[in-house]
Design a protein around this ligand. Structure first.
Ligand SMILES: Cc1cc2nc3c(=O)[nH]c(=O)nc-3n(C[C@H](O)[C@H](O)[C@H](O)COP(=O)(O)O)c2cc1C
Length: 212
């Protein structure tokens, strides 16, 4: 069974263009049994990073302390899935706060990465990761009129824990009316289907996955 962790990060939850497209493409793959775990970061918000967590983190507390319970749960969940699929809007040129908070829980020193004299070294096995990025305007290609801090930031943040097989799919121009939305969904859907089909057929079954 191929296991996919689907993170849904936007305020529209299951009504978002990105989520609906992701589910449609996943349903249409037709490649053997796939199990999808969904985490909706708006419907089920994560706890904010409080003082207790910050103190535990910087004082080198053991993994088992209650302050790390949520962080630990999210890291184990990630480790248990052969593929990560992030569905996110662009908010003010970068990731929405929901996804940033997930990253703050998952990127943890001495757990998901080690600090070495050469820099941070990830401890999570690499795995194919798709990022479907919806935006009202354009941030990629010739119509882009705004900075994109989302793509480089997320690529860097995921690489810090060992995930570098990351593929971005823009779903952009969503404020320009139904025709523009239909075009954007069609273009992103084609890219996604091709890449997903390739991943599920050839790569996913061979990914090493740690279990808790
Ligand atoms: C708080 C907020 C900030 C936003 N910032 C941007 C932005 O920087 N660039 C952009 O193109 N669209 C921006 N948008 C528009 C959203 O990206 C867009 O509505 C969303 O991605 C729609 O996709 P969905 O239907 O998949 O949720 C923003 C929307 C909100 C609510």
């Amino acid at each position: 069974m191929k296991r996919i962790l689907l993170l849904n990060c936007g305020p529209h939850s299951d009504a978002s263009h990105g989520y609906r497209l992701a589910r449609e493409v996943l349903a249409a793959t037709g490649i053997g049994p796939v199990s999808i775990t969904e985490r909706d970061l708006v419907q089920s918000p994560l706890p904010s990073i409080g003082r207790d967590y910050a103190i535990a983190l910087t004082s080198g507390a053991a993994h088992e302390v209650p302050e790390f319970a949520c962080s630990e749960q999210l890291i184990v969940e990630l480790e248990q899935h052969a593929m990560l699929f992030i569905v996110t809007p662009m908010h003010n040129f970068t990731v929405p706060a929901t996804l940033k908070l997930w990253l703050d829980h998952v990127i943890r020193i001495n757990r998901s990465f080690e600090a070495t004299p050469q820099g941070k070294v990830g401890s999570i096995h690499d795995r194919p990761t798709f990022v479907l990025v919806s935006s009202g305007g354009f941030f990629a290609g010739e119509r882009a009129r705004q900075a994109d801090f989302l793509t480089p930031y997320l690529r860097y943040a995921l690489a810090s824990i060992g995930i570098s097989d990351v593929h971005f799919f823009p779903l952009q121009g969503l404020v320009f009316g139904p025709e523009a939305v239909a075009q954007a969904v069609h273009a992103a859907g084609q890219q996604l289907s091709e890449k997903l089909h390739a991943q599920l057929s050839f790569n996913l079954a061979n990914q090493p996955v740690m279990t808790a």
